[in-house]
Ligand binder design. Structure first.
Ligand SMILES: Nc1ncnc2c1ncn2[C@@H]1O[C@H](COP(=O)(O)OS(=O)(=O)O)[C@@H](OP(=O)(O)O)[C@H]1O
Ligand SMILES: Nc1ncnc2c1ncn2[C@@H]1O[C@H](COP(=O)(O)OP(=O)(O)O)[C@@H](O)[C@H]1O
Length: 178
């Protein structure tokens, strides 16, 4: 069985987390790895149905996703997780759970600046916030605690999607995981 790992892509809305995760998933599958993408939106429809965006709910959401990712990774799957995870303590708890089980865990900060994210505005959330139709948007009027020592930091505003995915892939190879 190949080695599993959790690859958590943290960053602001529209930073590029989901796009990089699916591009990387394609590359890894082509090499024969088993891969699952735990997409934040999908998770919120099912295992986190009913949770909102308060600090407490975001923490609960991230712990649930971390639990599932670790189960998958422990069983040989590359679990790719494009989820904001804005709080350091939530991310640290997930890292700790992986360490306790001896399961590889990589934290990737998709560090696209808010000025770029708000222009991309893939889901129209920044526009809604600006129009006063939504509040508590991460990076605008809700906190995002930047990772201080991520395994990799991606400046997606200076790269193509392919380059960003390749940099995560290279890190996995360096660590003997791909
Ligand atoms: N207030 C607010 N703040 C941030 N994000 C919001 C909000 N409301 C809805 N959304 C959409 O929900 C997605 C974030 O869910 P996550 O599960 O990734 O976030 S968290 O880790 O629980 O904070 C996030 O997806 P991405 O754009 O892919 O990051 C948003 O589309
Ligand atoms: N290097 C890059 N990596 C990822 N996305 C990029 C990059 N350059 C431009 N983009 C674009 O930015 C947008 C990111 O959206 P998305 O992946 O949904 O963000 P998130 O999941 O972080 O909310 C997409 O339209 C994508 O094509």
């Amino acid at each position: 069985m190949t080695t599993g790992a959790t690859v958590w892509l943290t960053g602001l809305p529209s930073a590029g987390k989901t796009t990089i995760a699916y591009e990387l998933a394609g590359r890894l599958r082509a090499e024969g790895h088993r891969v699952e993408v735990l997409d934040g939106d999908e998770i919120r429809e099912f295992i986190s149905a009913g949770l909102g965006f308060s600090r407490e709910d975001r923490h609960t959401n991230v712990q649930r996703i971390g639990f599932v990712a670790e189960l998958l990774a422990r069983n040989g799957v590359k679990a790719l997780v494009p989820v904001i995870a804005p709080y350091t303590d939530s991310r640290d708890a997930v890292r700790k759970r992986h360490a306790e089980n001896g399961t590889p865990y990589l934290e990737i900060h998709v560090a696209t600046p808010v000025e770029v994210c708000s222009v991309r505005d893939v889901k129209g959330l920044y526009a809604k916030q600006a129009a006063g139709e939504l509040s508590g948007l991460t990076g605008v009027d809700d906190p995002y605690e930047e990772p201080e020592t991520p395994d990799l930091r991606i400046e997606s505003q200076h790269q193509t999607v392919q380059e960003s995915a390749a940099s995560v892939h290279a890190l996995l190879s360096e660590r003997g995981l791909a």
